[in-house]
Design a protein around this ligand. Structure first.
Ligand code: C5P
Length: 406
């Protein structure tokens, strides 16, 4: 099921260089399953053509409140009543000012004012020069627009078309798509702080060699994203992986199990949910050599001895907040066989209320998975699906448990 299946989006374009990104955004919205009706101001038409936007959205672009083709001659009413959401991207400083004042002298602002605010949300993606962005008038207008109920998305930082560098770039199309998808997810974890571990750990043998494993981190990243979409504050502590950080998630990069424990211990006091998906190395070399171990004809083959790593999940589950249930701890088990029996045993050994089993070797690096949720009452299977879809189901399940706990 596509993330925006069944959603009808009005995509409004106002004047700004970032209009070139809106073409890609339109494509992404359609690829995600939405139908898209583009509305453009006269200023937007200076930056991108109606032809491009019509071709990409597969519908004529709406530009005028006087469009006689509308049977009732009320384009502003018809457009806004059909929509599941309106997204203005790019939203210029001038258009923010118009929204703040409730002006309605062309189709897009008229439609925004006429939309049923309770059922048709308005999301705006500002785009402007950094001086315009930081001007008190713009910030005052944005605060007013947010107070009136619009969702004001952030801006990017970096090089601007005018040659200056700073805040005010429109977010990238993929970021805007992710924001819209997140917007439609139920906010079942609003007010919760979720701490997630993900990826492998790396245990050094010497400065250039180490021991790691094949965990890709994808399941943990999907869970962090799903928790964020569900309205939680999310901290993601990750071993060495190069996956992009989900939007709005605070990421802490670590290397070894000891580093991961230290980062998790620091963040845990403010967390209410801990989800341990990391494939933490069970052992580390007893003594990492400070210098590279050299291979030469005189030296013997090196022998490695190991010491056990701290168990991060056990440490948190056994902490006073873990024990009292103030910190709801969820473990993962990657097994190669006897998933149910192994997951049940692991849940008891770790002392966690919920343990999620999966068949490890089959899922490493893949985009899909199947999960088995094991608690004190039994087991429930989440059948094969994308890791993100499963992560959303797991988050929904955890939310029910948190609510039941009171
Ligand atoms: O014992 P095993 O490694 O199979 O346990 C897996 C679960 O415990 C996962 O949730 C994993 O993130 C967590 N774990 C941990 N610290 C360790 C080992 C495992 O947090 N040192």
């Amino acid at each position: 099921m596509k993330d925006l299946a069944g959603k009808h989006i009005v995509l409004g374009l106002t004047g700004g260089i970032a209009c070139y990104k809106s073409a890609e955004l339109c494509r992404l919205l359609i690829k995600a399953g939405a139908t898209v009706q583009v509305v453009m101001t006269a200023a937007a038409e200076q930056f991108i053509t109606l032809v491009t936007m019509q071709a990409l959205s597969q519908r004529p672009v709406a530009t005028s409140q006087w469009d006689a083709r509308e049977a009732n001659n009320m384009a502003h009413i018809n457009l806004s009543r059909e929509a599941d959401a309106c997204m203005i991207a790019p939203c210029s400083a001038d258009f923010v000012a118009k929204l703040a004042q409730g002006r309605a002298d062309e189709l897009l602002s008229l439609m925004c004012l006429a939309r049923p605010a309770d059922s048709v949300p308005l999301l705006i993606a500002p785009a402007m020069n950094r001086e315009m962005w930081s001007h008190p008038a713009t910030q005052r207008n944005l605060a007013q627009v947010a107070a009136d109920g619009a969702v004001v998305l952030g801006v990017g930082t970096g090089e601007q078309a005018c040659g200056e560098t700073g805040d005010g770039r429109m977010l990238e199309p993929q970021e805007l798509l992710d924001e819209l998808i997140a917007f439609f997810q139920p906010k079942v974890l609003a007010g919760q702080h979720v701490l997630v571990t993900a990826g492998p750990t790396y245990e050094a043998i010497d400065p250039v060699r180490g021991i790691t494993n094949l965990s890709s981190g994808k399941m943990g990243f999907a869970i962090a994203r799903a928790a964020r979409e569900a309205g939680a504050t999310v901290t993601l502590v990750v071993g060495p992986v190069s996956l992009p950080t989900p939007r709005g998630v605070q990421r802490v990069d670590v290397r070894s199990a000891s580093n991961m424990l230290a980062a998790v211990t620091e963040k845990a006091p403010v967390a209410s949910i801990f989800i341990a998906t990391a494939a933490v190395a069970d052992w580390r070399p007893a003594q990492a050599s400070e210098q590279k171990i050299k291979k030469d004809s005189t030296s013997a083959t090196p022998e490695l001895s190991f010491v056990e790593n701290p168990d991060i999940l056990v440490a948190l589950a056994q902490s006073p907040r873990g024990q009292s249930g103030e910190l709801f701890c969820v473990g993962f088990a990657a097994e190669s066989h006897d998933l149910l029996a192994n997951a049940q045993a692991k849940r008891l050994r770790k002392g966690v209320p919920l343990l999620v089993g999966n068949i490890g070797p089959a899922t490493f690096g893949q985009d899909d998975n199947a999960l088995l949720l094991v608690d004190e009452l039994g087991a429930r299977e989440l059948s094969r699906d994308s890791k993100l879809a499963l992560a959303r189901k797991l988050i929904a399940d955890i939310a029910v448990r948190i609510r039941a706990r009171g």
